[in-house]
Write a protein that binds this ligand. Structure first.
Ligand code: F6P
Length: 581
C-alpha cells in the first residue's frame, strides 16, 4: 500500500477525515439549530419511542430513548460515522494495522479474546498472534491453579494467602475494578491487594498486617520502567526479605534471598529482559505484547491477579464477555450497533450540545471502581488536541468521565445533574439479580414493607432517577402540591437531562467483560470521529520527566533548586523548611 504523506511523514494509516467537513456534520448543525428537545412531548407523541430506541448487545439491554435525540439525529450521527470511515478503521483495528500511528503499533486488545481456533488465524507483523495469546493464557492459568490449590508455596512451604499486585494505571485500574466487581467469585482464604501509588503510605499500609511467608507479589508493568511500580516493587522486596530473615524463615545470605524472591515474586510485562534485570526469574514472568495498550490490557496477563482470585475458568468467561461485544461491534449494522451509537451520542453531546463531562453511575456496589477505571480508558485515550496525522483537532474532544455508584451519588452530586446549569449526560447501569439477595424482614411500617427485597428498593432509585432527569417537574406540578410561591422555582426540575440505561441479568464475569468492551469501543468510536490516535498517551510524559529532574531539588540540591522557576523554588523551599531541612 502506498504510504500517505502527513505531518508525521509517510504512514500507512490514511489521514483522518475532518468530521466538520462532512455533509453529515453540516446536516447535524442545521438539525441541531431547529431541534427543540423535549422528552415529555416526544414520549407523549410517540409511545413506541422506548421500544424503538432500545437495543441489545450480548446480555446488555440498552435504552437510549431518554437521550436528546430523534430518529433523524441518530440517522445523521450514523451517517457521520460512515463519512469518517468508522467501519474501515474498526476493521483496521481488528486485523492488526498500525492504527496507533504515533507509536507505529497495531492495536490488538481484541486479539486477547478471539474465539480459540478461529480460522484464518491472526498473523500480524509475522507474529502468530492466536498461538501466542493461547500459550500465555495457558501459562497464567496453570500458575493461577497452582496458587489456588496451594501447590505453589512460599519459601517456607506455606500456601499463599495474599497476593499483592504492584502496578499503576492500566496495570492496576482494570484488575482492581474487576476484582471488586467479581467479589462473590473470589476463592475464600485468598485475598488480593493492590499497591499503585508511589506515596509510601500505599505499600506501608497494604503490607502492614501481612505475613511475608504467605504473601506473593505480582509486579505488573507493561514497560517495566515505571517509577512508581519499580520503587514499590523494591520496597516490597525489602519488606519481604527483612520479614523472612527476622522470623528465621530464611538464612541471612544472598542465596537464600534469591530463592525467596523466586517463590514470592512474579512479574507481568512486555519487557522480560527488564524483569530479569530486576531479579525475577523470567520463568516466573507472564508476557504480553506492545500491541496491547496499558489501559486495554486487563484481558492479558495483566489480569493474573484476577485469574488467581476468581480462577482461570472465570477469567476465561470474562474474556468470553469481551468477545461477545467485540463481535457485536465488528458485525452489527451501525444503526443497531450499541458501542457505535453510544459513542456517537457522546459526540453529539460534546460537539453540538456543549457537554464537557459525562457521568457513569452504576447501581451496583460491586462496580464502585468502574468510574475510576473508565477515567483512564476514556481520558487517556481521547484527551488529545492533535489528530493522528499531527494536525490540530477541529472540534472539542475528550469529555471528563466521572461517577460514583448509586445511591451514594444521589446524596452527593445529583443535585447538580438535576438542577445545575451544565448538561451532564449520564449512563445508568444496573443488574437484575443481586449477588446478595437480602430482605428487610421488619420494614419501616410505611413505604418499606416487611420482607421487602432490598435490591428492589435499590433499583427503584435507578428507575426513578432516569425518569426524574428526563421528565422533570414543572412549576404547575410543584404548585399543585401546595408549595408556597416563593420557593416554587427552586423546586422545579427542568427535565431533558439525557441518560442511557443499561440493564444486565447479573454481574457475572461475562457481563463485566461485556461492560468493559462496550466502553472500549465507545471510546474508539469517539476517537475515530475526532481523528484521534486513541492509543498513545504522550501527555503523561512531561510530568514524569520533570519529576525526575526535580527530585534532587526536593532533596536539597541547591543547583537543581536554583534551576527551577520562582513558584516551584518557593514551594520547594517551604517544603524543605516544613521537613526541618
Ligand atoms: O503514565 C501512563 C501509563 O503509561 C499508562 O498508559 C499505563 O497504563 C501506566 O502508565 C503504567 O505503565 P506500565 O504498565 O508500563 O507500568
Amino acid at each position: 500500500m502506498a504510504p500517505w504523506i502527513t505531518r508525521l511523514g509517510p504512514m500507512t494509516t490514511p489521514p483522518p477525515v475532518d468530521p466538520t467537513t462532512t455533509s453529515a456534520w453540516a446536516d447535524l448543525t442545521t438539525h441541531h439549530e431547529s431541534l427543540d428537545a423535549d422528552l415529555r412531548s416526544w414520549f407523549a407523541a410517540d409511545p413506541a419511542r422506548a421500544e424503538r430506541l432500545t437495543f441489545e448487545a450480548g446480555d446488555l439491554w440498552v435504552d437510549l430513548s431518554k437521550n436528546l435525540v430523534t430518529d433523524e439525529t441518530l440517522a445523521l450521527l450514523v451517517r457521520l460515522a460512515q463519512e469518517v470511515g468508522l467501519t474501515d478503521r474498526t476493521e483496521a483495528m481488528f486485523t492488526g494495522e498500525h492504527i496507533n500511528v504515533t507509536e507505529d503499533r497495531a492495536v490488538l486488545h481484541t486479539a486477547l479474546r478471539r474465539t480459540p481456533g478461529t480460522r484464518p488465524p491472526l498473523v500480524v507483523d509475522g507474529q502468530q498472534v492466536d498461538d501466542d495469546v493461547a500459550a500465555e493464557l495457558d501459562k497464567l492459568s496453570a500458575f493461577a491453579d497452582q496458587v489456588r490449590s496451594g501447590e505453589w508455596t512460599g519459601v517456607s512451604g506455606k500456601r499463599v494467602e495474599t497476593v499483592v499486585n504492584i502496578g499503576i494505571g492500566g496495570s492496576d485500574l482494570g484488575p482492581v475494578m474487576i476484582y471488586e466487581a467479581l467479589a462473590p467469585y473470589r476463592q475464600a482464604g485468598l485475598t488480593v491487594r493492590f499497591v499503585s501509588n508511589i506515596d509510601p503510605t500505599d505499600v506501608a499500609q497494604k503490607t502492614a498486617d501481612l505475613d511475608p511467608e504467605t504473601t506473593l507479589f505480582i509486579v505488573a508493568s507493561k514497560t517495566f520502567g515505571t517509577l512508581e511500580t519499580l520503587t514499590n516493587a523494591r520496597l516490597a522486596r525489602a519488606w519481604l526479605l527483612d520479614g523472612l530473615v527476622a522470623r528465621g524463615a530464611i538464612a541471612d545470605d544472598d542465596e537464600a534471598r534469591r530463592t525467596a524472591v523466586g517463590k514470592h515474586f512474579v512479574a507481568v510485562s512486555t519487557a522480560l529482559d527488564k524483569v530479569a534485570a530486576f531479579g525475577i526469574d523470567p520463568a516466573n514472568a507472564f508476557g504480553f505484547w506492545d500491541w496491547v495498550g496499558g489501559r486495554y490490557s486487563v484481558g492479558s496477563a495483566i489480569g493474573t491477579s484476577l485469574a488467581i482470585a476468581v480462577g482461570p475458568d472465570r477469567f476465561r468467561e470474562l474474556l468470553d464477555g469481551f468477545r461477545i461485544i467485540d463481535e457485536h461491534f465488528r458485525t452489527a449494522p451501525l444503526e443497531r450497533n450499541v458501542p457505535t451509537l453510544m459513542g456517537l451520542l457522546n459526540v453529539w453531546y460534546v460537539n453540538f450540545l456543549g457537554a464537557a463531562s459525562h457521568a457513569v453511575l452504576p447501581y451496583a456496589q460491586q462496580l464502585h471502581r468502574f468510574a475510576a477505571y473508565l477515567q483512564q480508558l476514556t481520558m487517556e485515550s481521547n484527551g488529545k488536541s492533535v489528530r493522528w496525522d499531527g494536525s490540530p483537532v477541529t472540534t472539542a474532544t475528550g469529555e471528563v468521565f466521572w461517577g460514583e455508584p448509586g445511591t451514594n451519588g444521589q446524596h452527593a452530586f445529583y443535585q447538580l445533574i438535576h438542577q445545575g446549569t451544565q448538561l451532564i449526560p449520564a449512563d445508568f447501569i444496573a443488574v437484575a439479580r443481586p449477588a446478595y439477595p437480602l430482605v428487610d424482614a421488619e420494614g419501616d411500617g410505611g413505604a418499606v414493607s416487611a420482607g421487602a427485597d432490598v435490591h428492589e428498593l435499590f433499583l427503584a432509585n435507578f428507575f426513578a432517577q432516569t425518569k426524574a432527569l428526563a421528565f422533570g417537574k414543572t412549576a404547575d406540578e410543584v404548585r399543585a402540591e401546595g408549595t408556597p410561591e416563593h420557593i416554587v422555582s427552586a423546586r422545579v426540575f427542568p427535565g431533558n437531562r439525557p441518560t442511557t440505561s443499561i440493564l444486565a441479568p447479573a454481574l457475572t464475569p461475562s457481563v463485566v467483560g461485556q461492560l468493559v468492551a462496550l466502553y472500549e469501543h465507545i471510546t474508539f468510536t469517539q476517537g475515530i470521529v475526532w481523528g484521534i490516535d486513541s492509543f498513545d498517551q504522550w501527555g503523561v510524559e512531561l510530568g514524569k520527566k520533570l519529576a525526575l529532574e526535580i527530585a534532587p531539588a526536593v532533596s536539597g540540591d541547591e543547583a537543581a533548586l536554583a534551576a527551577q522557576d520562582p513558584s516551584t523554588q518557593s514551594l520547594l523551599r517551604r517544603y524543605r523548611a516544613l521537613r526541618g531541612a
